[in-house]
Design a protein around this ligand. Sequence first.
Ligand SMILES: Cc1ncc(COP(=O)(O)O)c(C=O)c1O
Length: 388
Amino acid sequence: MRSVYLDHAATTPLDPEARRAMEPFLKDAFGNPSSLHGWGRQARLAIDEARETIARALGCDPAEICFTSSGTEACNLAIIGTSLKAPAHRRHLLVSAVEHHAVLNAAEWLRPIGYEVEQLPVDSYGQVDPDEVRRRIRPDTWLVSVMHANNEIGTLQPVEVIGAICRERGVLFHVDAVQTFGLLHVQVEQIGSDLLSVSAHKLYGPKGVGALYIRAGTPLQPLLVGGGQERERRAGTENVAGIVGFAKAVEIAEARRDEDAQRLAALRDHFIDQVLKRIPDTILTGHPEQRLPSNAHFRFVGVPADSLLIALDRNGIAASSGAACSAGSLEPSHVLLALGWEEDAAQQGIRFTLGRHTTQAELDYVVAVLEQEVARIRAICDSSRNKE
Ligand SMILES: Cc1ncc(COP(=O)(O)O)c(C=O)c1O
């Protein structure tokens, strides 16, 4: 049986070069970067170099990069860390309805302690209308958070336009770029963000390391307190090997970015075309053009996502649905609900995310399996409906 991994938005395999770069720091170069001796200085130097690499890629000053344990922690630090510094008369937050839970739940966490959280609606493609942001910013708005690209449906947001509005209105702007960094050209100045979250394991780096870009002068309350690491923005001994692997992965991703994006977009377009042609009653989710080059998301009408995912897995294919399994039942995806889908429909969304090693032959195999399995599941659903 073939095995085809099409869940790169969930995580990517570790690049062998990134792993090799990490190895010394898992062996002899084990020093604590806060120590003054040679071992410590070696680790400190490696972190400094990694910070420079990531800052160069994002177009910011190395001092504006704060390493974290994940994209989730970066988003939490951006939303909660800055909001805890908001004056009492500026406690209104605007977050898009399709944000990752790392942002949505961070904003919700602030609600019981006196913050007002308002969700920005999206259109049927999942895009935020910048005019809506302009209309909803109030004198008491402290922060706006809109992701660069959605992790489920791949839709890109007009972050540059929103960034300009936030700057004009004197409101902080956080961009969750976890899905785009390494795949697209992410430049903090061009976007106009004050805060921007990234994560290593989405770009062929290791799991458990991320970073937050914090524009110089942005008020921030650390969420982890202890030592003075990361310029007192995030206490805790640094994950040296993880940070080194992250930087190496960024270096590699930056070098091959444009070529990869072009190749992925061509593969994705062919895949979308074939799926829509060969499988009846299939709808492409998200924006037809303004989407991640790696993302294809569909609704196979009448086919429950969980049944199809199991069938795909039986055929060696890894895909995903945005629906979260909670207490044994499949919750419909909040992203698909935000697009205006009914609950039933929102349980029929399937995401395929392509990666660096995805081939045309693999995608052709997936189309053939989909054709067969979608028809089979529809037949089962029809016959059980007829029995009722
Ligand atoms: C858009 C987005 N934000 C944040 C995260 C969280 O990143 P991490 O897995 O590094 O915590 C993810 C991960 O799926 C994501 O897709």
